[in-house]
Design a protein around this ligand. Structure first.
Ligand SMILES: NC(=O)c1ccc[n+]([C@@H]2O[C@H](COP(=O)([O-])OP(=O)(O)OC[C@H]3O[C@@H](n4cnc5c(N)ncnc54)[C@H](OP(=O)(O)O)[C@@H]3O)[C@@H](O)[C@H]2O)c1
Length: 157
């Protein structure tokens, strides 16, 4: 089966590509570094041709509130239009646990916008909400204003 992994060069994407290939699938890494850009549309049509499943693991180059929202809205729209035109059968996206319960976080608002576009697209989909990857721990700790104390946020129930 041809599976296009948008953001297939990302931290998680490269691992997904590896596992799909191990299972015998034709796994295509679609990212600016491989000539596919969901913002400009470059290479999208060609990448989607013959694909049955698209896994969206692209990430905004900027985590600033407005930039992230713009990225996920434009990227999501362009991608879903290209998928519909190519007859892609299933769309998979990776979101984050608690996005809809943390509206004061701009990046989370952008992920909610991405989820809404998918839900309205008419393409069968799976949205997976994962917790933050362990690889981010060092960065979260380093962003603490107090070098000797690390504060971890808790999402309210
Ligand atoms: N990291 C986490 O803890 C976590 C947790 C839950 C969910 N997620 C979600 O998982 C996804 C991947 O996160 P990550 O941390 O693995 O990403 P990442 O390592 O920051 O990689 C970003 C990916 O997005 C691609 N990309 C950037 N601009 C693009 C564009 N215009 N068109 C197509 N692809 C583009 C990059 O391609 P190039 O290599 O060509 O630049 C790269 O493959 C994101 O949607 C994120 O919200 C992440």
């Amino acid at each position: 089966m041809k599976v296009v992994v948008v953001g297939g060069t990302s931290l998680i994407g490269s691992r997904v590509i590896e596992q799909l290939k191990q299972k015998g699938h034709e796994a295509i890494a679609a990212a600016p570094n491989t000539g596919v850009n969901t913002i400009t549309g470059e290479g999208l049509k060609e990448a989607m041709a013959g694909a049955q499943v698209v896994i969206d693991l692209a990430n905004s180059p900027s985590f600033e509130d407005r930039a992230a929202l713009k990225f996920f809205e434009i990227s999501g729209r362009n991608l879903l239009v290209a998928e519909a035109a190519a007859g892609v059968r299933h769309h998979v996206a990776l979101s984050i646990v608690g996005t809809d319960r943390t509206p004061d976080n701009g990046y989370f608002r952008a992920k909610v916008a991405q989820e809404k576009l998918i839900e309205a697209s008419g393409i069968p989909y799976t949205i997976i909400r994962s917790t933050q990857f362990m690889e981010f721990l060092r960065g979260i700790a380093a962003s603490s204003p107090n070098e000797n104390r690390v504060r971890m946020g808790v999402i309210p129930k």
